[in-house]
Design a binder for this molecule. Structure first.
Ligand SMILES: [Zn+2]
Length: 405
């Protein structure tokens, strides 16, 4: 009898050990074809023209051609990875010159109009925005020309601060110095880059409610990513609120959903040439399939409920995209949370609610888990210190609501 019981237990353990957790396919009212499409790779090289050097041989770079026009005028051609594509004309390259001089560079876009004000850096870490007086928009508003001093010291120029996979790796390492955070890899992107996970929480994960946080599906959306960093850093803080929150909840963070797109300097898509935030229905893309299966597996294995899904992005202004269909487990969470953020910041944020009709992550979190889900969008030009403040305040307000559940 004892033996039979033991065998049955072992058999069940064997079954559960082999269980494959897969996210369900979903049909949305407005489906999107996410079949892999070809992308055009930029040639990685150092351009040398008229004593000026321009270089894209680093992760997060985008420069498709560099030419001398006349006198101290140059042209940098910036192309997307494929078309049609959302108009997020991201660029990033290094510049230097044999002699110190001021040069003008025309950003020559082949598909979209100028959007991002150039940022410059002397070390690739600390960035400042070029003042308006040094940037001129062409009469047709498509191209823009900016003026910079170049010399033998490398100057980085980019649409947004360069935050490549190395940056996110270093950030995860830093967060994981805390004993309540574990840094690991849940799988590989199409081109073999790591998909990072921060698994945050104190004590056993069993039956703990899960907060899912994802970021950087869209490579140029650095400002949303910066808000995500501040949000997580607040959760890691040594305060009574954060400490208790980590005891009570498990926070699963996928900070870099599209590492290929980020390192290749893409405008929007992954290496499969697809907008990853349209593939949360049939998971044609590796990164989506791995992330979706991962969340399904964690909730099943630990008998946890995924309560809330937050997805950080950037657009022209700060806005929260919410679902008209909310979670039954935390009714009115979004209304209370956004009100708390508005009160703490002393200004009303933009909000837009919709029904879950398209295959984006927000709708997937709702369909798959019945979770509350919100797209947290930061403006391209939102001041960086405000982004940090807002990210941190958003975490405090969320924790204050959920801590008493
Ligand atoms: Zn986005």
């Amino acid at each position: 009898m004892a033996n039979k019981f033991l065998l049955a237990t072992l058999f069940l353990a064997f079954l559960s050990g082999c269980k494959v957790y897969e996210a369900q396919p979903f049909e949305f009212e407005k489906p999107v074809d996410t079949t892999t499409r070809p992308i055009e790779m930029q040639e990685k090289k150092t351009y040398s023209v008229n004593g000026v050097f321009a270089d894209n041989r680093f992760d997060g770079a985008r420069l498709n051609d560099f030419k001398h026009l006349e006198e101290e005028n140059y042209q940098a051609t910036i192309k997307p990875e494929n078309t049609p594509i959302n108009k997020s004309p991201y660029y990033a390259f290094k510049l230097w010159s044999a002699t110190n001089k001021r040069i003008n560079i025309e950003l020559n876009y082949t598909y979209a109009s100028h959007r991002y004000t150039p940022k410059i850096s002397r070390n690739g870490e600390d960035w400042t925005e070029l003042p308006d007086s040094l940037v001129t928009l062409a009469v047709d508003s498509v191209n823009a020309t900016f003026s910079v001093e170049v010399g033998s010291d490398t100057l980085w120029v980019a649409a947004q601060e360069v935050k490549n996979s190395k940056h996110t790796y270093d950030w995860c390492q830093q967060i994981a110095q805390h004993s309540d955070a574990k840094f690991s890899v849940i799988g590989k992107s199409k081109l073999g880059r790591d998909l990072y996970l921060l698994d945050i929480g104190k004590g056993a994960a069993e039956k703990k409610d899960i907060i899912a946080v994802i970021s950087r599906q869209h490579p140029p959306e650095v400002t949303g990513y910066l808000a995500m960093e501040a949000f997580i850093e607040e959760i890691m803080n040594d305060t009574p609120l954060s400490n208790t929150f980590r005891e009570k909840y498990r926070i699963l963070v996928l900070p870099l959903m599209n590492p290929d797109g980020v390192d290749l300097g893409h405008w929007r898509h992954n290496a499969g040439g697809i907008d990853p935030n349209r593939d949360w229905a049939v998971y044609n893309q590796e990164e989506n399939r791995i992330a979706a299966n991962f969340f399904v597996k964690e909730t099943a294995e630990y008998r946890s409920k995924l309560l809330l899904g937050l997805d950080f992005h950037s657009t022209y202004y700060d806005i929260f995209y919410t679902n008209k269909n909310g979670s039954a487990d935390i009714p009115n969470f979004t209304a209370y949370w956004l009100q708390g953020i508005d009160l703490a910041l002393g200004k009303e944020s933009r909000k837009r609610a919709s029904y879950p009709s398209s295959p984006v992550s927000k709708n997937w979190f709702f369909k798959q888990f019945g979770a509350e889900a919100i797209v947290y969008e930061i403006g391209d030009d939102t001041p960086r210190d405000f982004i940090k403040q807002k990210g941190s305040i958003s975490a405090v307000e969320m924790m204050e609501i959920l801590i008493f559940r």
